[in-house]
Unconditional design. Structure first.
Length: 368
C-alpha cells in the first residue's frame, strides 16, 4: 500500500511533534507501516489511558520527551536526527482548557510554532514542513457558507485565536525565510493544514464529544452534552492524516508549488449536529446508553463551522474516504474491543489503518 504515497516515506527521516497525542499516535503508527525512519518529540501522553501507551507506539520509532516551548532542546533534536520531513502537531488543543490556561495555550501553539520553524531555518536536513493547525483558525461568522483557505483568520476563544496566530507565523516565516523564488537556496517547502473535529478509537481527551460519550457509556451513566444543536465537520482521524501525508508527499516532490494553507474536512453531508452524533453513538453502543443536555452556563463555543475543501480535492486529489456512519462505526468498534481486551488495541488500530488503505485504493481505482 506504500504506493498510495509513491513510496515517499519509505526510509525517509520523519519527525512528528506531538506524537504522544491522539492524532500523533495514529500518524506515528501509519508512518511506521509506511517504512519511515520515525522520530517523535512531545510531552508525556496527555491522558491516561492513552493510545500511545496502549498501542506501544514507541516500539518502532525514536520517542523523545520534550516541550516545543524549549527551543534549545527542539533544535538539538533536529540537529541530531536530521529529519527530512516534519509534521508539527504538538499543541494545546482544547477550547475550554484555553479559557482556563490562555498563557500556556498561546505559548505552546504560537511560540511552539516559532521555535519549530526557527529550528528548521537553521537545519541542514529539513525539506518539508507541514504545520497542523485547526479549522477553528477562521474568523467564524457562524453562517451557512463553508470557509475557504483565503478567508479571514480570527478566533474568538484563546485556542482558536492561537491557531490563527500559528497560521500567521507560518505565513511570515515562509515569506521571510522560505520564499518560493529562493527555494533553490533554502530548500524548504512549508505548508499548513486545517482539519475539522476528528473521531476514532483511542481518544480520551476531556471535553471532546465522542470520548465524553464513551466514558459515560462505559460507566453506564448519562452523558451530559453541551450545545446539542451545534454543527461541526466530523471526520475519522485517518481522513485528515491522509491529507497531511499527501501534502507532505507533494511538497517533497514538487517543492513550494504546494506551499500555503489547505483545508481537509468531511463531505458536506457529514457536517452534522452534536445531537446527531450523540444519538447515533448511543444507538450503536446500546446497553441503555443515554444522554441529557447540560444546561449549566459554559464558555462560548462556536455553533456552526464548515470547511470548503475544493482546493485539496482539485490539487491533491484528496477527499474523505470513510463517511460519517462508517467513521462512527469504526470508532465504536475500537472502544468495544478495548473494553473487552485492551491488549488488542495495537492490532485493532493497525487493522483499521489497513482497511482504510483498501478504501483509498478503491477510491483511486474508481476515480480512474
Amino acid at each position: 500500500m506504500n504506493n498510495l504515497f509513491k513510496n515517499v516515506f519509505e526510509d525517509k527521516r520523519v519527525l512528528i511533534t506531538g506524537h504522544t497525542g491522539f492524532k500523533g499516535s495514529w500518524l506515528s503508527l501509519w508512518l511506521q507501516k509506511l517504512g519511515a525512519k520515525l522520530v517523535g518529540y512531545a510531552l508525556e501522553p496527555p491522558t491516561a489511558p492513552s493510545l500511545f501507551e496502549l498501542a506501544d507506539v514507541s516500539e518502532s520509532m525514536t520517542s523523545i520527551t520534550g516541550d516545543v516551548q524549549d527551543y534549545e532542546n527542539l533544535f538539538s533534536v533536529l540537529n541530531e536526527h536530521k529529519p527530512e520531513i516534519i509534521v508539527h502537531m504538538a499543541a494545546q488543543s482544547l477550547v475550554r482548557e484555553s479559557y482556563r490556561n490562555p498563557i500556556t495555550t498561546y505559548s505552546t501553539n504560537v511560540m511552539g510554532t516559532v521555535n519549530l520553524l526557527e529550528a528548521v531555518r537553521h537545519s541542514s536536513s529539513a525539506k518539508v514542513v507541514v504545520n497542523v493547525t485547526s479549522d477553528k483558525c477562521y474568523e467564524n461568522n457562524e453562517w451557512v457558507w463553508a470557509y475557504r483557505e483565503n478567508d479571514r483568520l480570527g478566533g474568538h476563544d484563546p485556542y482558536s485565536n492561537s491557531k490563527a496566530c500559528s497560521e500567521l507565523v507560518t505565513s511570515a516565516f515562509r515569506d521571510s525565510f522560505f520564499p518560493k523564488d529562493k527555494y533553490t537556496q533554502h530548500g524548504v517547502a512549508l505548508a499548513s493544514a486545517r482539519a475539522g473535529n476528528v473521531i476514532g478509537g483511542g481518544d480520551w481527551a476531556e471535553d471532546r464529544l465522542v470520548p465524553d460519550c464513551i466514558r459515560s457509556f462505559l460507566k453506564q451513566e448519562k452523558v451530559k452534552i453541551r450545545n446539542p444543536k451545534s454543527v461541526r465537520p466530523w471526520q475519522h482521524v485517518l481522513d485528515p492524516l491522509r491529507g497531511y501525508l499527501l501534502l507532505a508527499e507533494m511538497l517533497y516532490e514538487h517543492g513550494p508549488a504546494y506551499s500555503g494553507a489547505w483545508n481537509f474536512g468531511p463531505k458536506q453531508a457529514d457536517q452534522k449536529s452534536v445531537r446527531h452524533i450523540v444519538n447515533y453513538t448511543a444507538k450503536r453502543w446500546g446497553r441503555k446508553a443515554q444522554w441529557e443536555s447540560d444546561e449549566k452556563p459554559h464558555a462560548r463555543e462556536s455553533n456552526a463551522l464548515k470547511l470548503d475543501c475544493a482546493k485539496a480535492k482539485s490539487w491533491l486529489g484528496w477527499r474523505a474516504c470513510w463517511d460519517l456512519d462508517t467513521s462512527l462505526d469504526k470508532t465504536i468498534e475500537w472502544y468495544r474491543i478495548y473494553k473487552e481486551n485492551p491488549k488488542k488495541v495495537r492490532d485493532t488500530t493497525m487493522e483499521h489503518i489497513s482497511k482504510y488503505e483498501k478504501c483509498l485504493l478503491n477510491q483511486v481505482q474508481n476515480a480512474d
